[in-house]
Design a protein around this ligand. Structure first.
Ligand SMILES: N[C@@H](CCC(=O)N[C@@H](CS)C(=O)NCC(=O)O)C(=O)O
Length: 184
């Protein structure tokens, strides 16, 4: 989304995580996606890619944020919430965990704070969309999709509204194409 928003054209190579192409591992041995190779640069973290794109062009000021508040949200998301998302999404990998307990931990850690922030403003940091919303909402979307009926029952109307708005945005729609799998 950040690349599209910044008007940066890239050749998008969708890869199979079960059969990673050598060309990916050559530029980025850690083998995670996304990876951006551009102008002799290899960026291997989503956030680095976002920041790089916004450094090039940021017409609506996505990067105009209070750094420490932005970092707090993103760290909470990328650290503990990402683990809970994995536990919730792949219960067979965590046979000792109970889904309702995972949901309850995620609620305390992330969903309640998100709801509180979004009760008083349209976006996480205020009335303007920022990179924090764009960095976090795909994870909340994935979480909500594990059991969408259960998620809809939760007392988080502001999260639902925020999520729907982003999912229904032209920008999201414009990047959510299926791409053929890249084979070297
Ligand atoms: N912190 C990294 C995380 C990247 C990451 O873990 N990506 C997952 C897919 S969403 C992956 O590539 N996993 C490697 C694998 O499953 O082998 C980032 O934000 O780019």
């Amino acid at each position: 989304m950040a690349l599209q928003y910044a008007g940066i054209e890239v050749e998008h190579r969708e890869i199979s995580l079960r059969d990673k192409p050598q060309s990916l591992l050559l530029v980025s041995p850690k083998g995670t996606v996304p990876v951006l190779c551009i102008d002799g640069l290899v960026l291997e973290q989503s956030l680095d890619i976002m920041n790089w794109a916004l450094g090039r062009s940021d017409p609506d000021g996505w990067a105009e944020v209070n750094e420490s508040i932005a970092q707090n949200w993103i760290q909470e998301n990328d650290g503990p919430f990402k683990l809970l998302l994995d536990q919730y999404k792949y219960p067979h990998r965590y046979p000792d965990l109970n889904s309702e307990e995972v949901l309850s931990t995620a609620t305390e850690l992330m969903l309640k704070p998100l709801e509180t922030a979004l009760e008083s403003s349209q976006y996480l940091l205020g009335s303007k969309l920022t990179l924090v919303d764009v960095a976090i909402f795909p994870f909340i979307r994935q979480f909500s999709m594990v059991d969408s009926k259960r998620f809809e029952e939760l007392p988080f109307p502001s999260i639902q509204k925020w999520l729907n708005q982003l999912i229904e945005s032209e920008l999201f729609y414009s990047v959510m194409h299926q791409h053929p799998t890249w084979i070297d």
